[in-house]
Design a protein around this ligand. Structure first.
Ligand code: N01
Length: 511
């Protein structure tokens, strides 16, 4: 087979590579493709700007809980991060900077929302249908649609009858002022622990509805001094060393957070010590004490969450919510908590059953059906029966302890190898062998046995049947090694024809 001499489109009506989404994943794939001379891609973005969740999550206090040097691309370091942990605005600006510096905006079709995609075996291409009715074909599709971006509203009885303001942290109304209002925050996860301290001092009363207390550790977030920023600018090696040390520190947490062991007990003792130091009231301390293994749910970092809960205008309510009426939240102890606004900090719909759009693969099979008991892919990227469709942040690629950007860059390595193989073999598509996916996932699920995630808490990491479809069950460097290797023998290599495609195992060259 001959390699294509240039990277222009095969056909004006067909995108060689369609990247869906212009957040961290989509921009990262595009930049790395460009760096390797692969310029024939188009990015379809449903919103009017790049940034993904960092564009959309504008609730007060929104910030990253992974250090900035590590929560950025290794190939695009930013020497002048303003804080140890980047706030939302700064991360959003960083992503806009990436789009501008690499001149990606001209390759992005903004306000273009994919609504349906179907694989056509005869042509070996994907038919993409957009919300405005436009259609397009693409030889391969990179699904960089993000993992946690569809807000989850719990179906609490009576919420529609509430007369005040209702907001989700991921759909924050910046026009609405909480000043002097009586506010309820439902949930105490990663978003809640950021929003609560940020609004506590401006609201008149704050009612926090906690179902499960999180494990919270100090964040030690600080401004980065101008002198240090100058140092990083002048000596990039220093910044890289700091990044590497942060990586090693976070990786060293794996044995404590992942395997239920004496290290987990040690972490729990530190968490309890921190709680005891900040919260002097024994009743409140008891309410905030977790009763499950540390790591089973995401361990949260905050310097101001516990201090905010100890303030006089805050009431931590641990009784279950029965219903919501016109003016109040009613709890199982018979109390009515009158409020002006309700903030749902209740997380996201986890994509256990496919993308939020219909995806039809070989023979019309529907991804939603294939994933009905839990999503699965090979290395979190490829899915059998859905040729030339490549996920970024796909199943079982979430980090329990470190930066998701490290995982995204690992996926990009694999995707680039896949795309280059396709490029050497025009009219061919690669469909992952079902056995390869089955064995990979059987091994992953086996590795979850004995981890903290299966130690009995209720978390969004697990499906309702207890299957973990979200996290990577080991060190992140192991994921990096796994994704370095691309073997075409793990795929059916099928030559497309204008008629019916026929499998041709020898069709692909790997050289
Ligand atoms: O959502 P969550 P999140 N009644 O699912 C509670 C990422 N993130 O938006 O624990 C009462 O963690 C629920 O209670 P329980 C990060 O990956 C990253 O906070 O299920 N409460 C829980 O307390 C994170 O893990 C950053 O018992 C109800 C809360 O709502 C993910 O996003 C920052 C309830 C939901 O917590 C999600 O975080 C922010 C009900 N009916 C988020 N239903 C970074 O810094 C749910 N809850 C990178």
């Amino acid at each position: 087979m001959t390699e294509h001499k240039n990277n222009t489109k095969r056909n004006n009506n067909i995108d060689e590579v369609a990247i869906i989404g212009a957040g961290f994943g989509g921009l990262g794939v595009a930049i790395r493709m460009q760096q390797q001379g692969l310029n024939d891609f188009v990015i379809y973005e449903r919103a009017g700007d790049v940034g993904g969740v960092w564009r959309d999550n504008v609730y007060p206090g929104a910030a990253c809980d992974v250090p900035s040097h590590l929560y950025s691309f290794s190939f695009e370091p930013k020497p002048d991060w303003g804080r140890t942990f980047g706030p939302q605005q700064e991360i959003y600006s960083y992503l806009r900077h990436c789009a501008d510096k690499y001149q990606l905006r001209e390759k992005i079709k903004f306000n273009t929302s994919l609504s349906d995609m179907t694989f056509c075996e005869a042509s070996g291409t994907w038919k993409l249908t957009f919300a405005d009715g436009n259609k397009r074909r693409a030889r391969s599709v990179v699904m960089a649609i993000g993992a946690l971006n569809v807000p989850q509203y719990p179906g609490i009885e009576g919420v529609d009858s509430f007369g005040g303001k209702v907001m989700h942290t991921a759909e924050w109304d910046q026009e609405y002022s909480l000043d002097g209002k009586r506010v309820a925050v439902i949930g105490t996860g990663a978003s809640a622990i950021q929003v609560i301290p940020s609004i506590q001092s401006v609201v008149s009363d704050l009612h926090v509805f906690q179902r499960t207390p999180p494990w919270v550790m100090p964040k030690s977030d600080k401004p980065v001094t101008p002198a240090r920023q100058r140092l990083y600018r002048r000596w990039p090696i220093v910044q890289r060393t700091v990044r590497n040390l942060q990586y090693l520190f976070m990786e060293s947490l794996v044995p404590a957070f992942m395997w239920d062991s004496f290290l987990t007990r040690f972490g729990e003792a530190m968490g309890r010590r921190y709680l005891g130091k900040v919260i002097r009231d024994p009743v409140l301390r008891k309410k905030l004490s977790p009763n499950y293994a540390m790591g089973c749910k995401r361990v949260l970092l905050s310097d101001d969450y516990y201090p905010a809960l100890a303030k006089r205008n805050v009431n931590v309510c641990v009784e279950g919510i029965d219903k919501i009426d016109e003016t109040a939240i009613c709890t199982s102890d018979g109390k009515r908590h009158e409020v002006d606004a309700i903030v749902f900090a209740t997380g996201f719909k986890v994509p256990v059953s496919g993308a939020p759009i219909p995806i039809r693969g070989v023979g019309g099979r529907l991804l939603e059906k294939d994933w009905v008991i839990g999503s699965e892919a090979y290395k979190g990227v490829a899915v059998s029966g859905y040729p030339n469709m490549l996920y970024v942040m796909g199943p079982n690629t979430g980090p329990g302890n470190t930066s998701v950007i490290f995982y995204i860059e690992s996926q990009i390595n694999y995707i680039l190898k896949y795309l280059k193989t396709l490029r050497r073999n025009q009219n061919t598509y690669l469909d992952l062998k079902p056995m390869v996916q089955r064995e990979f996932n059987a091994d992953i699920q086996e590795r979850f046995k004995g981890t903290t995630w299966t130690s009995g808490c209720n978390s969004w990491y697990l499906t309702k049947d207890g299957k973990n479809t979200t996290l990577w069950p080991s060190f992140s460097w192991q994921y990096r090694l796994t994704t370095r290797h691309f073997s075409v023998s793990e795929y059916e290599c099928i030559t497309a024809s204008s008629e019916v495609a026929a499998p041709d195992r020898n069709a692909v060259t790997t050289a």
